[in-house]
Design a protein around this ligand. Structure first.
Ligand code: GAL
Length: 353
């Protein structure tokens, strides 16, 4: 009993001490853009959870403009932020700005996207990005029945990934390609355009418009259409690009009855609506509330001088060494489970999906 009282007393003395230390402690949160739904969710979650934990939050969005993000980070440093949380636009463009943070001993957490070629990043919090790619790839193996197909009756596919300056595409596209390559090699899966390299399939800034343009070009040059050349599937690494692909396929005359299988990621509301309409097959759900929770835990630990929780110390090399990481779990999503994932979990209101 005495021991319990002693522990309680110690807690009572230490906790207010930590709370007092946190009062006014400032965290800078730099997000890439407000254009895509997920980053709005990420920013809002981070702000809410950090404020709940007692921090003052400087949340900035950089409009997908690298110079804006650099200057916002510089302002966070001069504005005396104690920790920086950064989701980069171009993972390789922040070295100088973050070296400035290191000089002032401000720890930097890379948020969702790894920041490259600098040793000024302390930790990385993200999802298992390779698993995202394999979930998408395995879905295609299954739905295209690749295990039982023969070369005389192959399935036809085109490939799209995201922004070439985002390290995540190595994992999304890499995971999907590792899964699909044996079938491309054996000829039961065919990409008529021949565009299967990461560079050929990249979509700058994960832009819907760019994705749509490239899909329109592929439709024109290969003659794809419900009454034209056969197209069974389009691999897309995420929802914003899938949206452009779907727009182009709808314009080419495809309907629910004959729509090619389009993959995605993020469960953007627009893509969930397309899944309900039958114009996108699946997505991958990444609960950004969990990610925010893990990052707040990292911020707490860094400010208390303890070790943040990590679960991966071998996957994410940023060119200067491995960045210790926490990987959250991505989950397969389609019309059968989107309600449980998005609505019942309290993320969305019933009216929005
Ligand atoms: C990636 C992110 C994806 C997707 C994409 C476009 O870095 O991991 O979830 O949202 O950016 O914003």
């Amino acid at each position: 009993m005495k021991k319990i009282i002693a522990v309680l007393l110690a807690c009572a003395l230490v906790l207010p001490c930590f709370a007092a230390k946190k009062k006014g402690t400032k965290v800078g949160v730099s997000m890439p853009t407000k254009d895509l739904q997920r980053w709005n969710q990420d920013g809002a979650n981070m702000k809410a959870q950090l404020e709940k934990a007692g921090y003052v939050v400087d949340l900035q969005y950089a409009n997908n403009d690298i110079a804006t993000q650099v200057s916002q980070i510089e302002n966070m440093i001069t504005g005396k932020c104690n920790v920086l949380v950064v989701a980069s636009i171009d993972g390789s463009a922040l070295k100088n700005a973050l070296d400035g943070a290191k000089k002032k001993r401000i720890p930097v957490i890379a948020y969702d996207r790894l920041i490259m070629n600098t040793n000024s990043v302390s930790y990385y919090a993200t999802f298992d990005n390779y698993k995202v790619g394999t979930i998408q790839g395995e879905y295609l193996v299954d739905k295209l029945n690749l295990k039982n197909r023969t070369k005389s009756d192959p399935a036809y596919i085109e490939f799209f990934t995201g922004s070439p300056d985002d390290n995540n595409i190595n994992f999304f596209f890499g995971g999907a390609m590792d899964t699909l390559k044996p079938y491309l090699d054996s000829g039961v899966l065919v990409c008529r355009s021949g565009q299967t390299s990461k560079a050929q399939c990249a979509t700058l800034n994960w832009s819907t418009e760019e994705g749509q343009k490239r899909m329109e070009n592929l439709i024109t040059s290969n003659g794809y259409g419900p009454r034209g050349t056969k197209l069974d599937a389009v691999y897309s690494s995420n929802d914003s690009v899938a949206m452009g692909i779907t727009n182009a396929l709808v314009a080419a005359g495809y309907t629910k009855a004959n729509f090619p299988i389009v993959t995605g990621q993020d469960c953007d509301i627009g893509s969930v609506k397309n899944m309900l309409k039958g114009t996108q097959a699946m997505s991958v759900f990444k609960d950004t509330r969990t990610l925010a929770e893990k990052v707040v835990g990292m911020v707490d630990a860094l400010l208390q001088g303890t070790k943040p929780e990590i679960n991966d110390t071998k996957t994410y090399d940023n060119g200067k060494g491995i960045v210790p990481s926490y990987l959250c779990d991505p989950v397969y999503a389609d019309v059968s489970n989107y309600k449980a994932l998005l609505v019942d979990s309290g993320l969305l209101h019933r009216s929005s999906a």
